[in-house]
Design a protein around this ligand. Structure first.
Ligand code: G3I
Length: 471
């Protein structure tokens, strides 16, 4: 990592080092107040699209067993561009017997998400809870080895498919100690967390590696400070940590507090990304949801927000009705508040060229400099013209905007270059060919300008408009 110091002798891993350069640039720009984008004029109409327009994601926990529910997948596919498996990637699910790995349900979720251009957060590699029975009864060096093997196997299996891993979950104690939670993993030695991070780094050097916990939202709480001190120590010693997840299960006993933004920005100042990973709020008050989103949008290194389920009936706390959709699938007031806060929020700073371009892999012709003129569909269209313009660019992805003229009902075919993937769209109804690289966008009543986010995956070639057809 570029911020290694104090005796970390690891050679910097290429991708993680590149990410650190980009993020450091973004943090620098943020710190100096430079290069913030104005809010874009076109407001997204779904959570994922609105977040993507601001350089962020909006995700949800997904249960494999619900993927056959049409009402559920309709909302999932329309609204979200990040997915977390609610239970299917946990240790008891992925290694039910020692050395025998089982990925079926997890792969169902990963495939559903990725085939639709959504990204995946991995949850979770090492946790004191939901361990398989064989692991619960282990201790000492045998347990340490088994845990590290699990981290290595699972992170390797999903390498390239998971953008961020909750490497370690909930390792700190509740209450006033600010120390570690007692568990069989903790009893293998205090260094078990950093050992897990190093194993995950070796297995998947491209994924962001997060520490994830609950009741770490209030800046004054001892638990928050305990995690903060660990992250500061990890950064100082070069332990490969990229992000901190704040579960943010808010309820009457553990309410949202206004210093939440201080918590997010203080962690970010340590040089890590912050992510809201399991948001739900008892009763779903619109004002509190709005505040949480505004807090994330105010912190440039807050990458995105994941709610812990889609409809109230999908929630682990269904009786608290804590989510954005009613059990019948309709949008609640909290949904409108969240969408508005996303659309009103600040975009994350763009990375400043030339240091922001993924340095080694960008051929000179493929980078989309701002001066490149827009491309227009070739004449064989079909009654309309589509013009593609470059929009915001970040370290790992970029937005494009397409303006259609000559028709109000249209379909535009756009191709991206593999391994690029479209991760979000707005102001149109997309469908895909079997390769996932050719998108047909149809007008959906949102006007004649649509947009999309492309994950570069190392290739910065500008997407191509293949045709525009009036219908
Ligand atoms: O699928 C079985 C079912 O076959 C069986 O009949 C039933 C009987 O108990 O259990 C079902 O499994 C349950 C599973 O959820 C799926 O519904 C488990 O018992 C139950 O323990 C499990 O709860 C999950 C919980 O983690 C376990 O710790 C919740 O769904 C899940 O939302 C929750 O998620 C956690 C995050 O991972 C970490 N942060 C806190 C968050 C909320 O607890």
């Amino acid at each position: 990592m570029t911020e290694r110091c104090h005796g970390d002798t690891r050679p910097p891993t290429g991708p993680r080092a590149r990410t650190a350069i980009v993020l450091a640039t973004a943090a620098l720009l943020a710190a100096t107040g430079a290069a913030f984008l104005p809010s874009t004029a076109s407001a997204g109409t779904t959570l994922g699209a609105s977040a993507a327009e601001k350089g962020r994601y909006f995700g949800t926990a997904v249960a494999a067993s619900r993927l056959s529910d049409n009402a559920y997948t309709t909302i999932l596919n329309r609204e979200f561009n990040m997915v977390t498996a609610e239970n299917e990637m946990k240790m008891n699910a992925t290694e039910p017997q020692q050395g025998r790995f089982s990925y079926g349900a997890a792969e169902q979720i990963v495939n559903h998400a990725r085939s639709r251009g959504m990204s995946v957060r991995g949850h979770t590699l090492a946790w004191h809870s939901q361990q398989p029975g064989w692991m619960e009864s282990m201790s000492g060096s045998a347990l340490r080895q088994a845990m590290l093997n699990h981290v290595t196997q699972v992170a390797t299996h999903f390498r390239g498919q998971v953008v961020a891993w909750d490497v370690v979950n909930e390792a700190f104690a509740d209450g006033g100690s600010g120390g570690r939670r007692d568990s069989n993993l903790q009893r293998t030695g205090n260094d078990w967390i950093e050992a897990a991070f190093r194993a995950a780094d070796a297995a998947d050097p491209n994924a962001k590696l997060c520490y994830n916990d609950y009741n770490t939202d209030n800046w004054t709480h001892a638990k928050t400070q305990g995690v903060y001190n660990m992250v500061r120590d990890f950064k100082a010693r070069g332990v490969p940590i990229d992000c901190v997840g704040f579960q943010s299960h808010f309820n009457n006993n553990s309410p949202y507090v206004s210093n939440y933004r201080t918590t997010l920005s203080s962690f970010a100042a340590l040089g890590v990304d912050v992510q809201i990973t399991e948001l739900d709020i008892q009763g779903a008050p619109a004002n509190t949801y709005r505040s949480v989103v505004e807090d994330c949008m105010a912190v440039p290194r807050c990458n995105g927000i994941t709610v812990w389920g889609i409809r109230d009936s999908d929630s682990w706390l269904a009786s608290q009705t804590p989510l954005l959709f009613n059990s019948n699938g309709s949008k609640k007031a909290a949904y409108d508040a969240v969408l508005a806060a996303l659309n009103n929020g600040s975009a994350v700073p763009t990375t400043a060229p030339p240091t922001s371009a993924p340095p080694t892999s960008v051929p000179p012709t493929s980078a989309p400099p701002t001066s490149v003129p827009p491309t227009t569909t070739p004449p064989p269209g079909g009654g309309c013209t589509a013009t593609l313009q470059d929009s915001t660019r970040w370290g790992d992805r970029f937005n494009s905007q397409v303006t259609v003229s000559g028709a109000s009902n249209w379909s535009v075919v756009v191709a991206v270059t593999p391994p690029q993937k479209v991760s979000a769209t707005w102001n149109g109804s997309p469908s895909w060919d079997s390769s996932g690289n050719v998108m047909t966008m149809r007008s959906n009543g949102s006007g004649n300008v649509f947009g999309f986010t492309t994950m570069a995956n190392g290739n910065w070639t500008r997407p191509q408009v293949l045709s525009c057809t009036a219908s």
